[in-house]
Design a protein around this ligand. Structure first.
Ligand code: ADP
Ligand code: ADP
Length: 228
């Protein structure tokens, strides 16, 4: 298993009240699979992703990822873990506006001890011919391709994608999903995708649904469909 989450809790203090962002959340993610996480806004999806990716600490329970128990890692080790194993993709791309495509991807490369080749990576996402462009010169879909290249070049064990198609029109979003599926199949990268879109669930090997910090449904797709 790439990822085993066991009875994880996460509580945010907000003034006098405690917000239970995760309640006894348990989840297994097999190697090399695509998993989508569905659920309404505020149900804990981003928190779960941040916990798995070593961005957020948690309050009880256990998270084993790539052979490491995250609750036992010190801050520096957690940073090292995140850099080595995790790639992050966000709704708003988060590219650095003053850097070119290639320079943005170089940022990811420098974080890795075992990076992939720049040209190969940019070709895989279809952006090699635009390597000298700046983000403002690109469409949203293209910017997301660059963000995927930045995550991918690290050669991560898993990609954590928080609403990766949320800012894109439907057709462009499908292209990004096809690219994530291609990455999964080509590199064997485990891909977790948060989404509001039930349709994205149909392309995943596994679907989980969250509500009020709990994982309320978990099922496997025998035959994941292509995002057409
Ligand atoms: P989702 O991704 O499903 O929208 P989140 O994981 O972002 O849900 O949030 C789960 C709950 O935790 C929500 O009630 C949210 O308001 C709360 N929350 C998330 N991050 C913080 C934070 N940094 N401080 C306080 N509350 C937070
Ligand atoms: P994608 O599916 O890759 O997002 P789009 O259909 O959004 O591509 O865009 C098609 C082409 O139009 C792109 O190759 C891009 O060069 C150009 N384009 C789209 N939006 C913009 C924009 N805001 N600024 C500059 N070029 C754009």
């Amino acid at each position: 298993m790439t990822i085993v989450v066991e009875r994880v809790n996460k509580v945010y203090q907000s003034g006098e009240v405690d917000i239970h962002a995760l309640r006894e959340a348990s989840l297994n993610v097999p190697d090399n699979k695509i998993v989508t996480i569905l659920g309404p806004s505020g149900s804990g999806k981003s928190t779960l992703l941040n916990v798995i990716g070593g961005i957020d600490r948690f309050d009880g329970g256990s998270v084993r990822v790539a052979g490491q128990s995250l609750e036992n890692l010190k801050d520096g080790q957690l940073t090292e873990f995140r850099r080595t194993y995790a790639g992050f993709i966000f709704q708003q791309y988060n590219l650095i506006p003053t850097l070119t495509v290639e320079e943005n991807v170089e940022v990811g490369k420098e974080l890795s001890q075992n990076p992939l080749d720049m040209k190969d990576t940019l070709e895989k996402v279809g952006m090699w011919d635009k390597k000298d462009k700046f983000p403002y010169q690109l469409s949203g879909g293209e910017q997301q391709r660059v963000a995927i290249a930045r995550a991918l070049i690290k050669n991560p064990t898993f990609l954590l994608c928080d609403e990766p198609t949320g800012a894109l029109d439907e057709e462009t979003g499908k292209n990004i999903l096809r690219l994530l599926k291609y990455v999964n199949e080509t590199y064997g990268t485990t891909v977790l995708i948060i989404t509001h879109n039930q349709g994205i669930g149909d392309m995943a090997h596994k679907v989980i649904r969250m509500s009020s910090g709990e994982i309320v449904e978990e099922y496997e797709n025998e035959n994941p469909i292509e995002p057409e």
